[in-house]
Design a protein around this ligand. Sequence first.
Ligand code: ADP
Ligand code: MG
Length: 395
Amino acid sequence: MDKKNVRDVDVSGKRVLVRVDFNVPINNGVVTDDSRIRAALPTIEYLINQGAKVILMSHLGRPKGPEDKYRLDPVAQELTDLLGKEVEKADEVVGPKVKEAVDKMKPGDVLLLENLRFNEGEKKNDPEFAKELASLADIYVDDAFGASHRAHASVAGVARYIPAVAGFLLEKEVDTLTSTLENPKRPFIAILGGSKVSDKIGVIDKLLDIVDALLIGGGMCFTFLKAQGYSIGKSLLEEDKIDYCRETIKKAEGKDISLYLPADVVIAQEISPDAEARVVLVDSIPDGWMGLDIGPDTIAVYRGVINSARTIFWNGPMGVFEIDQFSRGTEEVALAVAQSGATSIVGGGDSIAALKKFQLEDRVSFISTGGGASLELIEGKKLPGVEALLDKKDP
Ligand code: ADP
Ligand code: MG
């Protein structure tokens, strides 16, 4: 990445404001999955060791103003445990009390601000709010890749007022994604699933320029199957994307990319753990039934392709993996990716949740924490959070 990182600036004794992504699941006041907090530890620990005053800020959920259940206290507790060091927690985002807390900080101290979204200036990228945040510190560090596609005050706004550099996590996410896409070992395959074609159009278009094969599953495969003339019962369909799917199939042919669609699927009449499920070929989906997973023949074919790949990008589950009887396609594909020996990148909130469910998250090369951000990066879009940082060549 051609942006400065925390090592490129002198942070010792400085007040350093770090945007992290601590948007973690919380249940009864306890963080139930701390992977996002752990992912930010290298930057935080580096800053502590350099004697910086570390001021952390994050959003959590979608509060409408200050709401107690969205306070970051459980996060401060979890971080205290992980660091083995007391983390001070502010009960406000900005204001005189926060200023006072910052003034009291000593080198190596860590302070966590309250949920950024308690302040309506955050999402609006209000310059006054950004300026107030910036006034708390001497240097800004962005380590929230998952938020970097949003032009929010804490992401792109603050960078206008104080020197802004990348944290290690942000840098690694951007570097891994870009280098893999620019210079993949071949065969390079992409596995796409999840609910909607429309969510992933930019990514599909971009992938068609760089992959050797595309495996499609999940809810989105039914619009493709419809485009090929199959009856899909009441499976997920995006009527207005049928033409797009038809063109994509043609484009892939023209570029000599193998585009795989399921040959068989698991169907049911309802999305429920108790629904009767059947396996049928894709030309035999009855009216009133819907496809909820890829079938065993498809799994076998997909496994073969995955096995021969040397680079894999995967986004989107192959079926409704949340329900056991529709989870086999996603589990088998995840296992195949894990066993392939290929460089594998997995992105997308639900895809990562699926990897965790099958306890395979340590078996892929790289989990991209930023769902929307990684897709936008792959599409070739500029991320506001990254653009706002100092260039390596800047003084
Ligand atoms: P990600 O978060 O990994 O990008 P998406 O949000 O696009 O993935 O899609 C995930 C959702 O798609 C899951 O909740 C899953 O249940 C759903 N899904 C997968 N296959 C189907 C299907 N055949 N019909 C309906 N929903 C599906
Ligand atoms: Mg999702």
